[in-house]
Design a protein around this ligand. Structure first.
Ligand code: NAG
Ligand code: NAG
Length: 277
């Protein structure tokens, strides 16, 4: 009932007006990332009813990739798809299933829908698909000591496992992302499919006696603190705990000099950088 209503208003609209963009709505539903070897289903989500649908065509980076024409025998042309094979079992007029995807299948996909009578075409926006080779190992953290005094410079490096594209690395200190100025990407020779990030900052007693350092190595890069591993196409993490030594100034009862030195330490610590919450 509802679909025949859409159909008739669509036909009427085409007859009376030249611009029916509001009635023919379409969008290409393309997953942003796919893992090497996976099957991905690209959907051309449109409002054209089946018996008004004449043609559905997919393009990749602007080149014709796949075409369905209703009534033609066979209705599909057996195109060669760069970096994938068509999964005929899951392919439908408005759904293109690509199996065993390889890096060459990465690109911008869009679909065009054509109605039968009168003939009218509309093309969706294009969407990126990136085929990724996920990391085979967790990232590794290198650090030269695990006990720090307040004011020491903590210096640690995290290196990802290999992947394509290379993952992005973010450090979390006690679960929070430190300011960008504390993190520097480092280039390691012969590191063509991995990435590395150095973290350096002065240790403040505001961090507590135990500091949790976490390295996230993800595709795409850090999203936000609320994101969990489901929100990433590839997610690997490694954590360590370092300790901050208790202050070692000897306190002698009644000795004013020691008291002053403790006050100085406290003021210095308060001036040290405190991570934004
Ligand atoms: C498909 O298109 C309809 C109408 O334009 C829209 O309401 C719906 O959200 C789309 N579905 C998806 C999964 O994007
Ligand atoms: C397309 O080609 C493949 C392999 O060459 C074949 O298995 C399949 O049946 C063909 N499909 C169509 C619709 O022609």
């Amino acid at each position: 009932m509802y679909s025949s209503l859409i159909r008739w208003s669509f036909v009427l609209c085409l007859v009376l007006f030249s611009d029916c963009k509001d009635l023919l709505e379409l969008s290409a539903i393309v997953p942003r990332y796919a893992k090497l070897g996976e099957t991905v289903v690209l959907k051309c989500n449109h409002t054209v009813v089946e018996n008004q649908l004449y043609k559905v065509q997919w393009t990749k980076n602007g080149d014709k990739l796949f075409q369905y024409i209703r009534g033609r025998v066979p209705p599909y042309i057996n195109h060669t798809i760069p970096g994938a094979k068509i999964d005929w079992g899951q392919t439908k007029p408005s759904e293109l299933a690509l199996m065993d995807v390889q890096h060459d299948a990465s690109g911008q996909y869009a679909c065009t829908v054509t109605t039968e009578s009168p003939i009218y075409s509309k093309t969706s926006e294009s969407h990126d698909l990136t085929v990724i080779k996920i990391q085979s190992t967790d990232p590794t953290i290198e650090i030269f000591k695990e006990v720090f005094n307040v004011g020491d410079i903590l210096d640690a490096t995290c290196t990802s496992g290999p992947s394509k594209p290379v993952p992005e690395i973010t450090w979390l200190v006690n679960g929070r992302r430190p300011p960008d100025t504390y993190m520097k990407p480092i280039v390691k020779t012969a590191l063509d499919s991995a990435s590395a990030m150095r973290l350096t900052f002065p240790v403040s007693d505001k961090l507590g006696a135990e500091v949790h350092l976490t390295c996230l190595s993800t595709i795409p890069g850090f999203i936000n603190h609320k994101a969990d591993y489901h929100d990433y196409a590839d997610y690997r993490t490694t954590s360590i705990i370092v300790s901050v030594a208790a202050k070692s100034e000897p306190v002698t009862a009644g000795c004013g000099k020691e008291f002053i030195s403790i006050v100085v330490v406290a003021v210095t610590a308060a001036a040290a950088v405190v991570f934004k919450t």
